[in-house]
Design a protein around this ligand. Sequence first.
Ligand SMILES: Nc1ncnc2c1ncn2[C@@H]1O[C@H](COP(=O)(O)OP(=O)(O)OP(=O)(O)O)[C@@H](O)[C@H]1O
Length: 254
Amino acid sequence: MSLLQVEGLDKSYTADKRILKNINFDIKAGEFVSVIGPSGAGKSTLLRCINRMVEFNEGKITFNQHDVGSLNKKELRQLRTNIGMVFQHYNLVPRLTVIENVLHGRFGYKTTLQGLLGRYTEEEKDRAFYLLEKLGIHEHAYKRCDQLSGGQQQRVGICRALIQEPKLVLCDEPIASLDPSSSKIIMDHLKSISAEMGITCLVNLHQVEVAQTYSDRIIGLNNGEIVFSGTRSELSADQINNIYGTETKDLIMA
Ligand SMILES: Nc1ncnc2c1ncn2[C@@H]1O[C@H](COP(=O)(O)OP(=O)(O)OP(=O)(O)O)[C@@H](O)[C@H]1O
């Protein structure tokens, strides 16, 4: 059964330009799916529509059997506890410690006051340490986040998403700011989260070969439309040209 179903999704930020055009796809629980496409294709917008960080104009998104578009503020907050998010620039609080940043992932389960006072249970703290250990950064637990390398900060970002106990993790260009060796570490962790913990991952990527290495399925987006959806072995050179074609043509013409 689908964990996520997107039907007829349309998004415009301004009246004169459709950014996403009639997007349709399904993701099954536990799948690892990448979204690739040229800059400006709408990859970030698509991810952000799923948890309504960005409001969409048309269509239907069903997550875990909930109609995302019809949820009120309280229901949306509840739904978002099931959807973790990992960002290109980590979105950590730099002056706070690693463990504090991870525990921020529990905010969705707290009252505002509990969150502000940093009231976390022993079980939550144990879980945070367990996740830091799993991602190989537990020895940095009490360091400020701004003392960590980019790759280490991204691992903190992943731990913060995981402590939410999500069913789905949305990753928006998680390796775009990292060197190849840190990128591999991050992608390996995301893959094992999906394979071992059964968490569904939807990952925006710039690098086709990374998408091919890690994904069960790849979605190719061009100018707001899905122009490819298939397995990594189905993604031929022609398909890649089709996904990135407009950008290549623009570059040649420029
Ligand atoms: N908040 C916004 N207001 C207006 N336009 C926006 C906004 N966010 C994105 N856009 C526009 O929507 C289009 C798609 O942007 P988006 O960031 O979703 O693409 P992307 O495929 O993720 O690109 P990149 O790979 O460069 O991050 C772009 O033309 C962008 O300028």
